[in-house]
Design a protein around this ligand. Structure first.
Ligand SMILES: Nc1nc2c(c(=O)[nH]1)N[C@H]1C(S)=C(S)[C@@H](COP(=O)(O)O)O[C@H]1N2
Ligand SMILES: [Mo]
Length: 354
């Protein structure tokens, strides 16, 4: 199902067309604790649906005691919570794999952090009353297309335990304003800690089911496969990653970095969806040293870090890597997988000091 670029093949037209629709966050955007909406990364598989907020309804059904049909005002009248969440696409890092899986060709920039406001999903599910033998909830979006040879709506599921985590929201605001069309207006699911595919946009239906969901975006896509024959393990929470704001100034169009010799503070962010960030290291030309972490801004948000560098003239390669409290650390050599999932190989930035 996933096509691979031949070794050394330049970017294909398919990838270019995806890349011009779906933007990454320019890495200097990491200077903001909370990413301005227009800088947050974007990933839309099909077309952005045009939903009329007046006519839109969220239907909750399947294995429940009471079917619900809620309008936006109904959902806004429920208890509201706001949480700061770092979201990352599971395909981040895909374009650095060799051979390259042909899909959205992210290098490192499929990230963003927003203040999301919504009502906890658990409250709405309690109103509907889940049948005791419910194993999963299926979340369906209003967008429709063909993927993996099937015609379908975008849909993902969560186990009951994951769905009932208090931080899982039905979100209608991003950074204090109604969701923009491209980020899921009028309502999206928000699952902190998981890669972005879990946070279904343009939500129209939640269905309680007694068997695991076998839909394409759940059972086929988002798996660590090494070939088409094996199903592979499902992708879930974000692996640790640190990124730096490339120091100095770029040239155009190559974006090589240039800076003056002397003291430089290198800054960046680090996150993991599995455990808190415990350590960030930075290397200059292969020698690793600890960076200083800043105060956390939220349980589900990235953590800032900085590192003091005495830049000496000449070309250098800077790199950074994160370790989380579970002991998981970013790799220096990337394992390969067919769908290009979760490639958290360390970021390297070449700089020319004058
Ligand atoms: N309905 C729907 N939800 C979706 C998607 C989609 O294409 N359709 N893309 C998913 C993927 S792969 C990601 S990474 C995130 C991106 O969210 P953002 O565009 O708000 O950053 O949305 C997820 N939710
Ligand atoms: Mo994604």
């Amino acid at each position: 199902m996933t096509d691979l670029a031949e070794s050394g093949q330049l970017i294909t037209h398919t990838e270019l067309a995806l890349a011009t629709r779906n933007r990454g966050m320019p890495l200097e955007g990491m200077r903001h604790d909370v990413t301005p909406v227009g800088l947050h990364y974007l990933l839309v598989h099909f077309d952005i649906p045009a939903l009329d907020p007046g006519g839109w309804r969220l239907r909750i059904g399947g294995n429940v005691e009471r079917e619900l049909e809620l309008g936006l005002d109904d959902i806004r009248s429920r208890p509201a919570e706001t949480i700061t969440v770092t979201m990352e696409c599971a395909g981040n890092g895909r374009a650095r794999l060799e051979p390259r899986p042909i899909s959205q060709p992210w290098l490192n920039e499929a990230i963003g952090t927003a203040r999301w406001t919504g009502t906890p999903l658990g409250g709405i599910l309690a109103e509907a009353g889940l049948g005791e033998d419910t194993v999963e909830l299926i979340f369906t979006g209003a967008d429709h297309g063909i993927e993996g040879g099937e015609e379908l709506d975008y849909a993902r599921s969560l186990t009951v335990d994951e769905a009932l985590r208090p931080s899982v929201l039905l979100a209608y605001e991003m950074n204090g304003r109604p969701l923009e069309p491209q980020h899921g207006f009028p309502l999206r699911l928000l699952v902190p800690g998981w890669y972005g595919m879990t946070s279904v946009k343009w939500l129209t239906r939640i269905e309680a089911v007694t068997e695991p969901f076998e839909g394409y975006h759940q059972a086929v896509a988002y798996h660590f496969q090494t070939d088409d024959e094996e199903p592979g393990e499902p992708v879930s929470r974000m692996r640790p990653r640190a990124l730096m704001i490339p120091p100095g100034f770029p040239d155009f169009p190559e974006r090589t970095r240039h800076l003056d010799r002397g003291a430089v503070t290198v800054r960046g962010r680090a996150w993991s969806g599995r455990a808190p960030i415990e350590r960030v290291e930075v290397s200059c030309d292969g020698v690793w040293r600890d960076a200083t972490l800043t105060e956390p801004i939220g349980e589900w948000a990235w953590r800032g870090w900085s590192w003091e560098w005495d830049a000496t003239p000449g070309p250098h390669v800077l790199a950074c890597r994160a370790t989380d409290a579970s002991g998981d650390r970013q790799p220096l050599v990337q394992p390969w997988n067919l769908q290009g999932m979760s490639n958290n190989l360390v970021q390297e930035v070449g700089v020319l000091v004058r």
